[in-house]
Ligand binder design. Structure first.
Ligand SMILES: Nc1ncnc2c1ncn2[C@@H]1O[C@H](COP(=O)(O)OP(=O)(O)OP(=O)(O)O)[C@@H](O)[C@H]1O
Length: 592
């Protein structure tokens, strides 16, 4: 029942994508169902007419006329098949696009935390693959079953005219064929389920072996053979398992189909023998009977195959459906973010635990950040700084505790409105291999004077204006080496482009996770000076390991092992003989 509901939901969705194309394909299926029956009927008529003409020296015009009709039917069948293929391809393109879009929308509706769980990647990979392989197929199989059933009804009638037991005898053949299809579908599905994780690993290692990012270290550490060995192990394990399942299925199919053929020919032989005894059956009737049995055999095979495919595809598609049915985890508030932040950010007893970690990474953190304040977060590696920032950005929902902006819980904000006004630069920022200006403005269309001015201002603040001017096509220069005409930037230049992307936004709050890790000291101090200028009246939170830059902050938060252990100004903390003072002293020694 659940499956039938799923099939019809799918059918409804496919019809909705393009009702006209779907209707045309359905009509062709009906015509293709009727044509073979007519053709068989005509064969018997043609042969009987020719035999009579030859035996009784009659005119052959009637026979020639029937041959003409038969040719016309064959040509129509060929044309219909070609048109059907073209239309199916067209529908498939539209359906795959529409379904892909739904998956992307669904992904977007999931919290960023979704990406932190390996089993989610497995589900996603299965959903995407199922879409590509099986997307519209279930619907095509349904149409094929409908076509074959109409054809079968016609054939049953023809067979009934020979003998009333023939239709029932032949219909029984569907039972072994269905059983074999079901076994096949189940084994393919369980193989696919078992291999998803290892296939993903193999394709990850395969991509490492081919990627530019890994190529440097691959050479430096001579690690190619190590990765090839891993990839080979998984590849052959999976391939051998698949081979065994395919072999077993092919053998089972061979046995069953042989049995079906022997059964059909057995029936035909009995009828030839009985007919020869009675001498009542004409030669044309024999040919028609032969054709009808053959066609019935094909139709039954087709129906069982389509049913089997629907069964198998449904097993796969339920993965896609269950992925689409997962509740959206992104917050879906409606409140608009304030034009100007007045009170600031308040965090109360914030705890966070990664689903894959046994313990909390943030432990009962509480603080307030006044509107317009600049906060630096410092702490050792793994102390929870980036995780805290991701929580404040609404990327991770707190395990417990609360985060409020101007007294409004973060989850109550309209997501788009929040993201327009709260921006960030991450440690692992994106390097989009598109043009410089596209990297900065992203979805904003070029050509608008206002956008042009914002671009210019953002580039000046991040200090990339002069180097962009020197690029071959200035802001229109393609970045990266993946595509022809691209220019590769240094790490620091890429990082500055990412900073410019954040600066371009009309933000009220900005988070910078080690924004200057890759930039030179002169640029770093300029970025911080400009940042202070630019963020005047705005709220800024930055993470930095270079404690010198923290002097610019109004207050410094020190994190240790998921807890907020110190907070205060640079002067206060350096005089308090705590963790910050110790870290600052250690770094300062290097410069003395
Ligand atoms: N995606 C993740 N899934 C599971 N655990 C994570 C994930 N990201 C970080 N962690 C764990 O959370 C803890 C805090 O990591 P986080 O990145 O927040 O630290 P950090 O202070 O920003 O470190 P760094 O200075 O190295 O950037 C670490 O113990 C880390 O192992």
């Amino acid at each position: 029942m659940r499956w039938i509901k799923m099939w019809f939901t799918l059918l409804k969705q496919v019809v909705r994508v393009s009702p006209v194309i779907f209707a045309a394909i359905a009509l062709i299926h009906i015509l293709l169902a009727v044509l073979p029956v007519l053709e068989i009927y005509l064969i018997s008529q043609v042969i009987n007419a020719v035999t009579e003409a030859l035996e009784q020296q009659l005119e052959v015009q009637r026979a020639l006329f029937l041959v003409g009709i038969q040719l016309a039917l064959i040509l129509i069948r060929m044309v219909l098949n070609t048109v059907k293929k073209i239309l199916e391809q067209k529908l498939d393109i539209k359906v795959v696009y529409t379904f892909n879009l739904s998956i992307i929308e669904k992904l977007n509706a999931m919290s960023y935390l979704f990406f932190e769980q390996p089993h989610n990647y497995d589900n996603l990979q299965r959903a995407l693959r199922n879409l590509e392989v099986f997307g519209v197929n279930v619907v095509f199989h349904m149409l094929s079953i409908a076509q074959n059933s109409i054809k079968l009804a016609g054939l049953m009638y023809l067979l009934y005219t020979f003998h009333s037991s023939l239709p029932i005898l032949l219909l029984l053949l569907i039972i072994p064929l269905l059983i074999i299809q079901r076994i096949e579908g189940k084994s393919q599905y369980s193989l696919f389920m078992n291999q998803t994780a290892s296939s993903r690993k193999a394709s990850y290692i395969g991509s490492l072996l081919q990627s530019k990012e890994a190529a440097k270290e691959m050479r430096l550490f001579n690690s190619k053979d190590f990765f090839i060995a891993r990839w080979k192990r998984i590849y052959f394990k999976n391939a051998n398992e698949r081979f065994r399942v395919d072999m077993k299925n092919a053998t089972n199919r061979l046995y069953t189909e042989s049995f079906v053929s022997i059964f059909c020919f057995g029936i035909l032989s009995i009828f030839i023998w009985v007919g020869a005894q009675s001498k009542k059956v004409k030669i044309g009737d024999y040919v028609a009977l032969f054709q009808a049995i053959q066609e019935t055999q094909f139709s039954i095979k087709d129906i069982s195959q389509s049913l089997g495919q629907i069964y198998r595809d449904s097993l796969f598609i339920q993965e896609l459906v269950s992925f689409m049915d997962e509740p959206a985890t992104e917050y879906v508030g409606t409140q608009a973010f304030p034009d100007t932040l007045r009170q600031g950010i308040k965090v109360q007893d914030l705890c966070f635990q990664y689903p894959t970690q046994p313990h909390q990474v943030l432990k009962k953190i509480s603080f307030t950040i006044r509107a317009g304040e600049t906060i630096a977060i410092v702490g050792e590696n793994g102390s929870g700084k980036s995780t805290l920032v991701k929580c404040l950005l609404g990327l991770y929902p707190p395990t417990s505790g609360s985060i409020e902006y101007d007294g409004i819980p973060l989850s109550s904000f309209n997501r788009e409105s929040f993201r327009e006004r709260v921006t960030a630069v991450f440690q692992d920022y994106m390097k989009y291999e598109i043009t410089v200006d596209e990297n900065i403005r992203l979805h904003d269309e070029n050509g608008d004077r206002w956008i042009h001015d914002r671009l210019r201002k953002a580039k000046a603040v991040a200090g990339i204006d002069s180097f962009v001017e020197q690029l071959p096509q200035k802001g229109e220069t393609q970045l990266g080496t993946r595509f022809s005409g691209g220019v590769e930037l240094s790490q620091g230049q890429w990082q500055k482009v990412a900073i410019t992307r954040a600066m371009y936004r009309d933000f009220e709050v900005i988070f910078l996770d080690e924004p200057t890790a890759a930039v030179d000291p002169i640029t770093e101090s300029k970025i911080f000076e400009d940042l202070m200028q630019l963020t005047k009246g705005k709220t800024a939170v930055f993470i930095s390991h270079r404690l010198g830059s923290c002097r610019h902050a109004d207050r410094i938060f020190v994190m240790e092992n998921g807890e907020l252990t110190e907070q205060g100004s640079h002067e206060e903390l350096t005089h308090s003989a705590g963790k910050y003072a110790d870290m600052f002293e250690r770094q300062a020694q290097w410069y003395r």
